[in-house]
Design a protein around this ligand. Sequence first.
Ligand code: HEC
Length: 115
Amino acid sequence: MKTVGKVSSVACAFLTAAASLVFVAKAASAPPQKSAEDIYSHNCAICHGKDGAGKTTQGKRTKAKDVRDTVKVMSEDEMIKVVQKGKGASMDAYGDELKPDQIKAVVEYYRGLAK
Ligand code: HEC
């Protein structure tokens, strides 16, 4: 009985170590920055709408367009430039606030809403 107790406590320690390793690995692989969806809902959805249609109060006021239309006439690169540098009176420049890879990701997310 004594041996069994010892074995199982060793096994238990091993399992605990394994479990904490899995936990550490998981934490390390988690993305350090916000997802494109987070950025979009936090910064863009107020005007462009969760669905990209631009039919929110702010979207109507600022005359935001429906991504289903703009996706046909603008390339991804052109949209990235708009988000970086802004456009017109209401579309702000996000070049200082967001990193280039975040802008690319959020534009991809935005264009994805048109599908
Ligand atoms: C205050 C409202 C507002 C916010 C917030 C906003 N936009 Fe815009 N956005 C506009 C308006 C209005 C236009 C149209 C500008 C024009 O054509 O003169 C526009 C244009 C664009 C365009 C060019 C294509 C199009 O639909 O005309 C893209 C791409 C875009 N926005 C993406 C974003 C992204 C990504 C964010 C968040 C990081 C964002 N916008 C935040 C109002 C907004």
